[in-house]
Design a protein around this ligand. Structure first.
Ligand code: ADP
Ligand code: MG
Length: 362
């Protein structure tokens, strides 16, 4: 374990870590549980200071990846490097990291301040130093008044902030979060997303977060790793994953996607797709026009005739289900005052830019 170091984090980093070395690196890591591969041939780099989210459906290997990184599990093959050193065989208690799990796991019989003091005590910090550090941390997470309370006397969001504060207080080199907001209701979750983002900015700490919530991943992350059946499906920034998914799986996991499977639609698309790929377009990239609109295919723009199946008014958005041949396409439009509204049964014309079509693998 690193010696307890009370210097500001930038000094700690400069002293013991070469900035050019990736902070965390998985090289061809496989983890078998018996004959079940939970993680397969995973290669992944986490950059210093970045917020990286591992996103995927249940059972895709997210928690296992985090357990491997935390040292609670050892890889069956492959290696994990932290700051340039192999840690594949270093157990968790020998590592230096902050961890927050979905169940906050605060000590229920200790006050908030004592909860925060605990990791410092474990590291042998003197009592008066601990008190100073705890008071400062409570201020930083806006819980200055709450040190004397028991965890049960706090709201879910406050408990979550205490858990984060406790993970951060010993100045770990990185933070591991497993579904950190999973136990919170929707409004609180959104509020905590904003708080976590600003805490990450303030502390600048390398963070690896696991979630199955795509909105959370899009909001918080510098980069997202999408996992599927133990493998990395795609790694990129939130914007790039949303705009340029390489598979149907990623396109559908990160938002709504129309897959234009109908031969008719494909035939209208330029540079015909390779065999085994699908044409995908996001609902907000399609516009609905009255059937009577003048239109002719251009090099840039496509038009197809359809009929409205359904119209859903959702506050600032209007969502249409439009039948085109055997496809039902989803269209999302911002509600503007001068926009016509189309009713179920009405015949319409759909149009999109050819450049908004993405070809994706299954
Ligand atoms: P996620 O966090 O994405 O839901 P996990 O990493 O928990 O997925 O699990 C990945 C796969 O490994 C699943 O098929 C799961 O059943 C299996 N698995 C996870 N932990 C264990 C374990 N301790 N023993 C046996 N199988 C496990
Ligand atoms: Mg999990």
């Amino acid at each position: 374990m690193h010696a307890m170091n009370t210097a500001p984090r930038s000094e700690v980093d400069a002293a013991d870590v070469n900035q050019s070395v990736p902070q965390i690196q998985f090289s061809s890591v496989t983890k078998m549980y018996g004959s079940v591969p939970a993680v397969r041939d995973l290669s992944l780099t986490v950059r210093r200071g970045e917020f990286l989210t591992i996103l995927g459906p249940s059972g895709s290997g997210k928690t296992t990846t985090l357990m491997l990184l935390a040292g609670f599990e050892a890889p069956s093959s492959g290696d994990i490097m932290i700051a340039g050193h192999s840690v594949a065989s270093v157990p968790s208690y020998r590592r230096d990291q902050g961890i927050v799990f979905q169940s906050y796991a605060l000590f229920p019989h200790l006050t908030v301040a004592r909860n925060l003091e605990f990791p410092l005590e474990m590291r042998g910090m003197a009592p008066d130093q601990r008190k100073v550090r705890v008071a400062r941390m409570l201020e930083r997470v806006h819980l200055g008044e709450f040190g004397g309370r028991m965890p049960s006397q706090l709201s879910g969001g406050q408990q979550q902030r205490v858990a984060l504060a406790r993970a951060l207080i010993a100045d770990p080199p990185f933070l591991l979060l497993d579904e950190p907001l999973g136990a919170l209701d929707r409004n609180l979750r959104e509020q905590m997303q904003i708080e976590m983002k600003s805490l990450h900015k303030e502390f600048g700490i390398t963070t690896v977060c696991v979630t199955h919530d795509q909105e959370e991943a899009l909001t918080l992350s510098d980069r997202i790793v999408v996992m599927r059946a133990g493998r990395v499906e795609q790694i990129d920034t939130p914007e790039a994953l949303y705009d340029r998914p390489t598979s149907c799986f990623v396109a559908k996991f990160l938002g709504e996607a129309n897959i234009l499977e109908d031969a008719l639609l494909l035939a209208r698309v330029d540079n015909a797709p390779q065999i085994g790929t699908f044409a995908m377009i996001r609902p907000e990239r399609i516009s609905v026009l009255p059937k009577t609109a003048e239109w002719a295919q251009t090099d840039q723009r496509q038009y197809v005739a359809g009929a409205v199946d359904d119209m859903i008014f959702a506050g600032p958005l209007r969502k249409y289900h439009v039948r085109v041949g055997n496809n039902v396409l989803i269209v999302r439009e911002h509600v503007a005052a001068d926009q016509p509204v189309f009713q179920p049964g009405e015949e319409v014309c759909l149009t999109w830019l050819r450049s908004d079509i993405r070809f994706v693998s299954p």
